[in-house]
Ligand binder design. Structure first.
Ligand code: NDP
Length: 269
């Protein structure tokens, strides 16, 4: 039970939430393929997992590149004898690419790069993983959405549009792949402390105000940690969640559950 013995492929898995998931899944007996464009961090992570007796390999792959994605699926399946779980984690925010984030100033190129990585990348990985997932008896795809899949945020036009699309793509794939016995779910994290948040804060006109805003709606008054998300991914990958399909799972400290701020409850981050 759990993820023991499952063959899990994580895109963008070298750092942040992906790395947290790789560590947790490997520590629970999964065979993990860490894939990323950040080779140094990816290789270091795999070394760390192996040093702790975990099973992991690293494969370089840009999720927007057809050939790279196709090769990635082959290499992961070849290394571990198949793929059970595709964790579509790789994602970028426009603030990682530019400081020009308004409708007037952001360029079409930035908008398309975010859509390409966050939406087309998810679709491409699902497409090339499909033949391997069809062979699995515990097949699932787990997509990284965001609270911005559901709610509005300042300076998130491309990212929010892309994450809304990921949520909807999750449901479409859950329907289309149901006859193959492949479950498809997504989870929507709130603010999880990784480099994507640091870059977003750096780009904000008032980083301190933005940081406060990011946690002010949390009923659990802190920023999330990669392991908080990793626990949900491991659950969605496991047989214990075998009746969960097409789901949108929020993991946001409760921020989407209400319309207030935690200072109203006398809570402070
Ligand atoms: P990080 O930026 O910490 O890690 C993402 C990794 O993906 C990086 O190593 C990055 O490499 C890599 N990557 C970027 N583009 C590509 C690509 N084209 N192909 C393969 N790998 C790529 O992100 P997080 O861990 O914070 O986020 C992971 C996922 O969770 C993302 O989809 C994000 O949108 C989502 N999420 C995160 C939240 C948060 O608060 N952190 C909240 C909601 C959702 P490099 O650094 O070299 O670009």
């Amino acid at each position: 039970m759990g993820v023991e013995g499952l063959k899990i492929l994580i895109t963008g898995g070298a750092v942040g939430i992906g790395a947290g998931t790789a560590r947790l899944a490997a520590s629970r007996g999964a065979c993990v393929t860490v894939s990323d464009v950040n080779d140094e961090a990816g290789e270091a992570l795999v070394e760390e997992i192996r040093a702790a007796d975990g099973k992991a390999i690293y494969c370089h792959a840009d999720v927007t590149d057809d050939k790279a994605v196709s090769d990635l699926m082959f290499r992961a399946a070849d290394a571990f004898g198949g793929i059970d779980v595709l964790h579509n984690n790789a994602g970028i925010h426009e603030s990682m690419l530019t400081k020009e984030l308004t409708l007037e100033t952001m360029t079409r190129d930035i908008f398309e790069r975010v859509m390409n990585t966050n939406v087309t990348g998810v679709w491409l990985c699902a497409k090339y993983a499909l033949p391997y997932l069809r062979e699995s008896r515990s097949a699932s795809i787990i997509n990284a959405g965001s609270t911005s899949s559901i709610s509005g945020y300042p300076q998130c036009q491309a990212y929010g549009a892309s994450k809304g699309a990921v949520m909807q793509l999750t449901k479409m794939l859950a329907v289309d792949l149901a006859p193959d016995g492949i479950r498809v779910n997504c989870y929507c994290p709130g603010s999880i402390h990784t480099q994507i948040v640091d870059k977003f804060l750096e780009a904000a006109p008032d980083p301190e105000l933005m940081l406060n805003t990011m946690t002010l709606t949390h009923l659990i008054p802190r920023m999330g940690k990669p392991v908080d998300v990793a626990e949900i991914v491991c659950f969605l990958a496991s047989p214990e969640s075998s009746f969960v399909n097409g789901a949108v799972w929020t993991i946001d400290g409760g921020s989407l559950a209400w319309r207030g701020t935690n200072d109203m409850l006398g809570m402070e981050a």
